[in-house]
Design a protein around this ligand. Structure first.
Ligand code: 1CP
Length: 343
């Protein structure tokens, strides 16, 4: 198996900088859109053969160095007792937002083998057949709680922030059950064959460092700490996290995912040499023509400066409307510009 991705996660020397893209499977692909004409997104997530097929597409088409399981962060919520759907053009929508003691008491902890066997089946099938490492993933407790409390996507997650300050004991009960579930879920994915995992705390950048430390770090570090014995790279990612990066490292990450707002070299200065860094090209640049992509990718690679431990990625997911050919050329560009003789 080609393992430059795993080597870079461990800050070992690599023959070329590895590259993969968040949301590398999805709407920008004609094949995915065609499949979505016939199946709902959650239906694809729950059918191992469809999820595996969609996971493979970008690996085959783009030549990326890692696959990420096709699923969604809301998949484990339904068996926990949450009525959730993914609405076209909106995102996850929760039927009854979780804001009270009663609503939290109704949640039950995820038991991965019984509750989401289709995920483990897809992971097993992919891990046994892909020739690049498979990344498993989960939403982090804060980001999952944010959807539960708000009932859907939100601009600033103000209700969630108010709840954590106003009803801390309720907040901790919610974080407790989500944290326990996420840990079990990620452990099960690794046991089924995932070679690395990414904890998506996409919306945690809405918090101040003090609030992150007080209300989120303990739950996320229990998860990352609880995975450490498995020996796989642990990628910890969020959007708008410039001020949170050292805390996200301290939670137990081996790779910190950084968005495009913080230059990669500055992010690395804040993080120190003890972790790998993933990112950070602005996904909007991919809509701006090839010259802009070349310039943007060149700046990211320049900021990485060839030090071990860079995993090239976008600062957030591939945007719908991105030309698959641009992604393909970007993979080649990263590989060509970082080729090390004798690597
Ligand atoms: O119907 C569709 O096809 C809609 C688009 C879509 C897709 C392709 C959604 C709805 N989810 C997904 C799949 C998905 N979700 C993947 C696999 C794709 C891949 O990487 O190859 C992954 C990793 C996710 C994870 C996910 N879902 C995150 C974390 C990553 C991130 O982008 O920050 C989040 C926040 C979600 C929630 C979600 N699901 C879908 C949407 C549009 C959203 C975001 C809504 C919002 O803005 O709050």
């Amino acid at each position: 198996m080609e393992d430059r991705f795993l080597k870079a996660c461990r800050r070992e020397p690599v023959d070329r900088t590895p590259v993969w893209f968040m949301r590398q499977a999805g709407r920008y692909q004609p094949e995915y859109r065609a499949l979505r004409e016939r199946h709902g997104i959650l239906e694809i997530c729950r059918a191992p053969e469809l999820a595996a097929e969609v996971t493979r597409l970008p690996v085959e088409q783009l030549g990326v160095d890692a696959a990420i399981l096709f699923s969604d962060i809301v998949v484990p919520l339904a068996p926990m007792g949450v009525g959730v759907e993914i609405r076209e053009g909106v995102g996850p929508v929760v039927a009854e937002p979780v804001r009270s003691e009663r609503a939290v008491a109704r949640l039950r902890a995820l038991e991965p083998a019984e509750d989401v066997p289709f995920v483990m089946e897809a992971v097993r099938e992919l891990a046994g057949t892909l020739d690049v490492p498979l990344i498993g993933f989960s939403g982090a407790p804060f980001t999952l709680a944010a959807y539960l409390v708000e009932g859907g996507p939100s601009r600033s997650y103000a209700r969630t922030r108010a709840l954590m300050h106003g009803e801390p004991s309720l907040w901790w009960r919610l974080m407790g059950i989500l944290g326990e579930s996420v840990l079990a879920y990620l452990r099960a994915q690794v046991e089924a064959g995932a070679a690395a995992v990414q904890l998506f705390d996409s919306w945690v950048g809405n918090l101040s460092p003090d609030d992150y430390e007080a209300f989120v770090l303990p739950a996320s570090s229990r998860i990352l700490g609880g995975l450490a014995d498995l020996g796989v790279p642990l990628i910890h990612f969020g959007v708008g996290t410039g001020e949170l990066l050292p805390l996200m490292r301290d939670a137990g990450a081996t790779v910190v995912g950084v968005d495009w707002r913080v230059p990669l070299d500055r992010a690395w200065d804040r993080l120190g040499d003890g972790v790998a860094v993933q990112g950070t090209l602005d996904p909007a640049v991919l809509l701006a023509g090839w010259k802009a992509v070349e310039r943007g990718a060149g700046a990211v690679l320049g900021a990485a400066g060839g030090r071990p431990g860079h995993v090239f990625n976008l600062g957030h997911g591939v945007l719908p409307g991105t030309d698959p050919d641009v992604l393909r050329r970007l993979v080649d560009l990263v590989h060509e510009r970082t080729e090390r003789v004798g690597g």
